[in-house]
Design a protein around this ligand. Structure first.
Ligand code: ZN
Length: 470
């Protein structure tokens, strides 16, 4: 069973290509920015960022909405492609995720992982304002500010670790209080000088990407109006009035590339977010102390194809909360959670990997929520099955639709057959769906080779354990 996944290598090649195509860009007299001394390698940035991302994702609930995440990623890619060539790093792996938190904030980690709070998207008045904050954060990454600042700190050796990263994001000490501060503070809390550089480079990236760089300045105004007191982006990024003027000064020197069709999609995403319950604040998330198992390192799958050779499902089960606690489920305790872009998988070791840059699963269950225009459960399920067929060309319906129950609700069950993309073996794909109160379609997909009947019992048990609270 194949699952959609962006192929990173292609992604990087694509960035390089776009960067070349936007090169004929003439600047009038834009401010020149230089790297600071840095005793770390770009590869160290990547390593630190990857560790930090894993740590952060255990403590922050991600918004599992592929439409919202995909939208933020598309804005992010446009900006990444517009980073000036001297600040491009082929080693870096930029990716974008949305944190389901109300605070107006965003942060980026060395080497490329970026997290945009849902509150930031909700607060932005235009796509340009949201892009402004992202361009600012990308600039810290491209300029390698985290490790440059750590270089100045001297007292830490290479890769002192990322302990304290989440606390720092939650609102730990600033660079001014470095004496007892963890190393992580260097990676995330920047001096005034670095902040100005990120504003200036951010404005330049905006212009190259076809956004009005003054939107970055406008976002600081919006933040002031909406942010009020408390933590968030403004507390990490103070003195908005001189920033506003400085960014606008830079903007006058920049020619904005032709470009962005703004408006409709941003509004669609905002109205989609209004359909969700209010997000918790970072403080509430921190107080809850909840951990979110991340499975694989953020954004990474094993590069190899799954072997398909797996242990029998354990008869002992482990409970999980998924979709920000909206769904509880128990799975065999020798399976692990793997977060896909738009769904959550529980799989035994050996059952997942990549084929041609796409995630492929041989055994396991997946849970997800699909947008559906259809109120009729069977039609909505048919739509889902059709969309699965688009990524899996050998997927065939092998039975009709049967009524069943899931978490005490009316549900529909259907069986499909497929040829596994990694092993070439015939497999069964069971799809169970039910409707959520907001009309979205909740689904469970169970995959196993047709010859391995011992998985059927596990699938039955998992299906019976599902509890939906919506
Ligand atoms: Zn900053």
């Amino acid at each position: 069973m194949k699952s959609r996944l962006i192929k990173r290598q292609t992604f990087i090649a694509w960035i390089a290509l776009v960067a070349i195509s936007v090169m004929p860009f003439s600047a009038l007299a834009q401010t020149q920015i230089k790297y600071h001394t840095n005793k770390y390698s770009a590869q160290d940035d990547v390593k630190l960022g990857r560790q930090a991302a894993q740590e952060a994702e255990q403590q922050f609930p991600l918004l599992r909405d592929e439409q919202v995440r995909g939208y933020v990623e598309s804005v992010g890619r446009r900006l990444v492609a517009s980073i000036p060539s001297e600040f491009q790093h082929p080693e870096f792996n930029y990716y974008f995720k949305v944190v389901n938190a109300r605070d107006i904030n965003a942060f980026a980690l060395p080497g490329g992982p970026m997290y945009v709070n849902r509150g930031m998207i909700e607060a932005a008045k235009t796509e340009g304002e949201m892009a402004g904050v992202m361009a600012h954060e990308l600039s810290h990454v491209a300029l390698r500010h985290g490790t440059a600042q750590a270089t100045k700190g001297q007292k830490y050796g290479v890769l002192a670790g990322i302990a304290g990263i989440a606390g720092t994001i939650f609102g730990g000490p600033g660079v001014g209080q470095l004496a007892q501060a963890p190393f992580a503070v260097y990676l995330l809390k920047f001096s005034r000088e670095y902040e100005t550089e990120a504003d200036v480079l951010g404005a330049q990236i905006m212009a190259r990407a076809g956004y009005d760089p003054r939107d970055l300045a406008n976002m600081f105004r919006t933040l002031e109006q909406q942010g009020g007191g408390g933590g968030g982006f403004l507390s990490d990024h103070p003195s908005p009035s001189d920033r506003y003027a400085r960014i606008n000064r830079e903007a006058q020197m920049l020619r904005v590339n032709a470009g962005v069709r703004e408006g409709r999609e941003f509004e669609q995403i905002k109205s989609r977010l209004r359909g969700y319950q209010t997000a918790p604040t970072m403080a509430e998330i921190q107080r809850s102390g909840q951990r979110y198992p991340t499975g694989e390192p953020a954004g990474n799958y094993p590069n190899n194809a799954p072997s398909g050779r797996v242990e029998y499902p354990s008869s002992r089960y482990q409970g999980y909360n998924i979709f920000n606690g909206g769904v509880q489920v128990s799975v065999p305790n020798n399976w692990r959670e793997v977060n896909d872009n738009n769904s959550v998988w529980f799989v035994p070791e050996g059952a997942y990997g990549q084929v041609n840059g796409q995630a492929v699963y041989t055994h396991g269950v997946s849970f997800g929520v699909a947008q559906s225009s259809n109120r009729d459960l069977q039609r909505a399920t048919q739509e889902l099955v059709n969309s699965l067929g688009q990524g899996n060309s050998s997927l065939r319906s092998s039975g009709g639709y049967q009524r069943t129950t899931l978490s005490g609700r009316n549900a529909i069950f259907t069986t499909l057959s497929n040829t596994n993309e990694a092993t070439g073996r015939p497999e069964n794909v069971r799809v169970i769906t039910t409707q959520l109160r907001n009309g979205q379609l909740f689904y469970m997909i169970a995959v196993a080779p047709q010859s391995e009947r011992n998985f059927e019992t596990a699938f039955q048990n998992i299906m019976q354990s599902v509890r939906i609270n919506d």
